[in-house]
Design a protein around this ligand. Structure first.
Ligand SMILES: [Cu+2]
Length: 156
């Protein structure tokens, strides 16, 4: 009986320790929210976006504040390395609306929303790991839009 009691006490102590170790990791996870809009004039409302260096996740919401349907004036938000912007836009053009104008399996795409039309919005959440210090850009890959719809993205 005494043995069992010691075992329970040891288990309780170990459990307590495990909790103490896991708590700081959970507290260190910081989700930072960003918002951007697109309109019927083929424009984002922001030319640059950034989050602080201690953000571990970014939660970005794209809202289409226009009235036109996505078939005519759809917008998405696609994050890439700046050097990949033109190539991702070209590859996405042929992918079609059903694929959100993103080429299937395109590894150059770091994160993206779906294509939204007037009155719609979409949110994407992605980790910032490895993004700090990189030259990043976002764009809309709807055919012909990236010339006007692009901006710079910075972590830190
Ligand atoms: Cu667009």
């Amino acid at each position: 009986m005494k043995m069992l009691r010691y075992t329970l006490v040891a288990a309780a102590l170990l459990g307590g320790q495990a909790l103490m170790f896991s708590a700081p990791a959970a507290a260190a996870d910081k989700v930072c929210k960003l918002a951007i809009t697109g309109n019927d004039s083929m424009q984002y409302d922001k030319m640059s976006l950034s989050v602080a260096a201690d953000c571990t996740q970014v939660q970005l919401t794209l809202t289409h504040i226009g009235k036109l349907p996505k078939e005519a004036m759809g917008h998405n938000w696609v994050l890439v390395k700046t050097a990949d912007l033109a190539a991702v836009a070209n590859a996405g053009m042929g992918a079609g609306l059903a694929n959100n104008y993103i080429q299937a399996g395109d590894k150059r795409v770091i994160a993206h929303t779906k294509v939204v039309g007037g009155g719609e919005s979409d949110t994407v959440t992605f980790p910032t790991a490895g993004l700090a210090g990189q030259s990043l850009s976002y764009l809309c890959t709807f055919p012909g839009h990236n010339a006007l719809m692009h901006g710079t993205f910075k972590v830190g």
